[in-house]
Design a protein around this ligand. Sequence first.
Ligand SMILES: [Zn+2]
Length: 103
Amino acid sequence: MVCDKCGKEIHNKAVVCPYCHASTPNPVPNASYQPMSGFFLSFLIAPIGFFVSLVQFFRALKRKGLWLFPLFGIIISLTITITVVVLALAWGALVMELLRGAA
Ligand SMILES: [Zn+2]
């Protein structure tokens, strides 16, 4: 692409012109948008952490922010939720089996 201000050839993805420092129409990466709450919620209340992380993940992608923590939040909350459900089902099956044996 060509700089609007000085007319020099610059990189297509450049955010500012390296010659005259004019800003280009390219969006500025927003590294300051780094949501962490979904990530921490995933450990405390996994189902809520999952939805918060999901929303924060797509919001971070849209704003070109950092999406790594929301992604970890999604993975961690999903893992915890699945583990809890599997354990609950296994526990339920065990109790049913014990009750059946006692009757
Ligand atoms: Zn320029």
